[in-house]
Design a protein around this ligand. Structure first.
Ligand code: ATP
Ligand code: MG
Length: 370
């Protein structure tokens, strides 16, 4: 029997274009909950409730495209409206449709920076290279899969990595000569200085320029209505973190660390900095906690054991989850498709979905500002 991979199904669905958005249903983030069991493929197509029966042709086209794949015998495609709380559903139901990239008019995205963003959450670490950007991209994808409207602000002005990790290219356009339109992929809105500079170009910022650039990314971007804006921080505890905390109304911070002592040392500094700035630390994520060997099937601990959990307990902070080292995660980052979407049944993707659920729960319980 032909093995059906989620990737092939997503490729087939990626050919189906939603005429209302001018983009395919996968990039538009409309395909949710994809599962493949034997010869049966199930998925959800999520569309705005006001479009009602107009979405049926899209659902049928998607079902037919998957049914035509070798090895597929049963397909179930279900239409749903995004899952939201009642209040936000009410306020959004009257909203005009959101337009995909490349569309000229933008009635749904009013200029106004962060006014319509419910939660602004920084992903920080203290130490470089522990996986902040990978966690940001995958967490954004997991939150979008769960039905949230998500944006990513790449605040690493020296080494922006989100355009690459989220597969976004092209220069942002402006709405009115002042306000930039975020670019969209996988249903995630992105703004990054990396979209305005050459990938190989080194950008030399002086202090005031750096802060001005940061302010523009915060306030001169038409973020529109978002449930959550994730801010991918540069390493360290410097000016960017300060400016963000003071001017963006950060609702909380999530700290990423490996279990290694030296990473934990820097994570502690980041926690202390956020506490001083009165930004609630919502929890810790342990990244690269283990590696499951595909030869012997055993878990190997790469950087020691339980360090992040112990630190979380010591500071009385939640451990939001632990993630394995997975080669596919790095490959996903390099190819612009977060692992959560490219390999949804992998160990790390499950970890990200659990972390997203824990974060949504924390935010909805009111730990962060509305
Ligand atoms: N769980 C993981 N499994 C495999 N590779 C990973 C994992 N997490 C991160 N990586 C890889 O480690 C490298 C560093 O990750 P990433 O860029 O996300 O870290 P960062 O903390 O944002 O770094 P910087 O401080 O430079 O911004 C990347 O090559 C990434 O693909
Ligand atoms: Mg980074």
């Amino acid at each position: 029997m032909t093995e059906i991979s989620e990737r092939i199904v997503l490729e087939a669905l990626g050919q189906i274009v939603d005429p209302a958005r001018g983009t395919d249903i996968v990039s538009a983030g409309m395909v949710k909950g994809l599962s493949v069991e034997g010869d049966t493929v199930r998925f959800i197509i999520e569309g705005d409730s006001w479009r009602g029966a107009a979405l049926e042709p899209l659902r049928r086209a998607a079902e037919e495209a998957v049914a035509a794949l070798p090895g597929v015998r049963h397909v179930a495609a279900i239409l749903t409206a995004p899952a939201r709380d009642d209040a936000s559903a009410r306020s959004r139901s009257a909203a005009p449709p959101e337009l995909g990239p490349g569309r000229a008019r933008h009635p749904g995205l009013t200029p106004g920076g962060l006014a319509d963003v419910r939660h602004i959450i920084a992903i920080g670490s203290g130490k470089g290279g522990v996986g902040k950007s990978s966690v940001t991209a995958n967490l954004a994808a997991a939150l979008a899969l769960a039905g949230w409207q998500v944006g990513v602000l790449d605040a690493d002005l020296y080494g922006p990595s989100q355009p690459r990790m989220l597969g976004v290219a092209g220069q942002p356009t402006t709405l009115d000569g002042k306000t930039m339109k975020p670019l969209v992929n996988h249903g995630i809105r992105l703004m990054s200085l990396g979209l305005m500079t050459d990938e190989d170009e080194a950008v030399i910022w002086r202090g005031p320029m750096l802060l001005n650039a940061m302010r523009q990314l915060l306030h001169q971007v038409a973020w529109g209505r978002l449930d959550c804006l994730l801010v991918d921080l540069p390493p360290g505890t410097g000016d960017i973190q300060l400016t963000l905390s003071r001017e963006a109304g950060l609702g909380g911070a999530v700290i990423v660390s490996t279990p290694q002592d030296i990473a934990l040392l820097d994570a502690r500094k980041a926690i202390t900095m956020f506490e001083k700035l009165e930004v609630p630390v919502l929890g810790l994520i342990e990244n690269m906690a283990w590696f499951t060997c595909d030869g012997c099937g055993r878990r190997h601990l790469l950087f020691g054991e339980g360090g992040v959990a112990a630190e979380a307990a010591r500071r009385k902070l939640p451990l939001l989850g632990a993630l394995p080292f997975e080669n596919a995660l790095r490959e996903g980052a390099d190819s612009g498709v977060p692992l959560v979407l490219s390999a949804p049944s992998s160990e790390a993707a499950k970890g990200f979905r659990a972390i997203a659920a824990a974060l949504m729960d924390t935010l909805e319980r009111g730990a962060a500002r509305p």
